[in-house]
Design a protein around this ligand. Structure first.
Ligand code: 13P
Length: 392
């Protein structure tokens, strides 16, 4: 079960001078391609889920596959919500299975970025999840082509970065030193002197967004100056597209499976090269040994109600409780049910799945818990047994 705490993973990379790749997972080919590369290289890896996916109905479905893939892996994997813009999506990301969130309030004025990031850090840390903040602005390539970025770059200022990290408590910081999301014509110019100053000022793992299009030498310099996480995506969509076009040329009437048959390997090969270049290849065993495994906790409650209590009343209480608890940060799932044995003892149960032990501890002090457990469930229970289990 090598789902691993992202903060531990990045601290290991930062201390040992390598960078972990964070790759957007937009469908099954990407999920399989990223995980296959990590297994081949024996590298820790981060699966990035862009916030834009939350708009699609299939977000929870995709997340279920991602969590399953991460749990099956034999290398350390973290799952991070990428470019989250507010508290609501950060909570939803953790609920769906992310164990890290990026809060990107970098387009806002500094004081608003600070406030927004700090509140997300408080919530996420209370759930055990790591947080990446961003200071300065990394623009995106204009949608009509890659000649220049759509907006101005706002470079990260080292002094501001220090204050930002101290005041927000982020675990890692995305910085703006010249990279751009997407592929520009020509190589971006990077301000390595600035990166060096930021690194000396903050002393925590730094993150580079817009990894596509950088040269090998630029990557080496980034890693040598504190970059421990590199976000990389457009190049993967390019190799996937090239693979499909090549198949189409060779098989003009090819079926869907035929045309897409090379996509997974194309993604995987590209990532393998990056993992070796960034130095994360071969690090899986150390990371597994030194970093905390991410473990969910399930609280199971069996309870009994008075003999004469109407079942419809019990069901209504269950539904009310489910609705209230499901919205609590750090709770992944709430299930309720009734015994199948006619003469059974403890006729009803609750199972609450928490993202982590921290989330379970946080829950006990939450108004939703006090309201539900103390004011609703306990008063109707003639017997109640509650046990916390680590999910295996
Ligand atoms: P590229 O698409 O430029 O590699 O950037 C990816 C990224 O930064 C995702 O957050």
């Amino acid at each position: 079960m090598p789902l691993t705490h992202m903060a531990d993973m990045l601290n290991h990379a930062y201390r040992h001078g390598y960078a972990v790749g964070a790759f957007n997972v937009s469908n099954f080919d990407f999920l399989e391609g990223v995980l296959a590369a990590a297994e081949t290289c024996r590298a820790p890896v981060i699966l990035n889920i862009p916030e834009s996916h939350l708009k699609h109905d299939n977000f929870e479905m995709l997340m279920a596959a991602i969590v399953t893939g991460a749990r099956r892996a034999t290398v350390p994997v973290a799952i991070s919500l990428d470019h989250g813009t507010n508290m609501e999506t950060a909570v939803r990301g953790i609920k769906a299975g992310c164990n890290a969130v990026m809060i990107d309030a970098s387009a806002l004025p500094l004081d608003e970025n600070l406030r927004c990031t700090k509140t997300v850090v408080e919530m996420a840390h209370a759930c055990g999840a790591a947080v990446e903040g961003e200071l300065g602005y990394v623009p995106w390539v204009a949608s009509d082509g890659g000649e220049k970025p759509a907006e101005e770059i706002a470079y990260t200022l080292p002094a501001e970065a220090k204050a930002f990290v101290e005041r927000t408590g982020v675990d890692c910081l995305a910085v703006s030193i010249g990279t751009i999301h997407g592929l520009l014509h020509g190589t971006p110019k990077l301000d390595i002197t600035r990166l060096n100053k930021i690194n000396e000022a903050v002393g925590i793992p730094l993150v580079i967004h817009g990894g596509t299009g950088l040269t090998d030498d630029q990557f080496r310099k980034l890693v040598a100056h504190g970059v421990a996480k590199i976000n990389y995506y457009t190049a993967l969509t390019d190799v996937a597209g090239t693979s499909i076009r090549t198949q189409l040329q060779n098989h003009p009437n090819g079926s869907y499976p035929q045309l897409t048959s090379g996509v997974r390997d194309a993604i995987s090969n590209q990532i393998e090269r990056m993992m070796r270049l960034w130095g994360s290849g071969g690090r899986a065993a150390e990371v597994l040994q030194r970093c905390r495994v991410w473990q969910e906790v399930e609280q199971i409650a069996f309870y009994e109600v008075p003999e004469n209590m109407d079942e419809a009343q019990v069901v209504a209480i269950m539904h009310r409780g489910q609705a209230a608890l499901s919205a609590t940060p750090g709770i992944r799932k709430v299930r309720t049910g009734k015994s199948q044995q006619p003469d059974g003892h403890y006729r009803y149960y609750w199972i609450i799945r928490f993202a982590s032990q921290e989330a379970a501890d946080r829950y006990r002090a939450q108004p939703s818990h006090l309201q539900f457990a103390d004011k609703t469930l306990r008063p109707i229970s003639t017997e109640l047994h509650t046990i916390d289990y680590i999910a295996i």
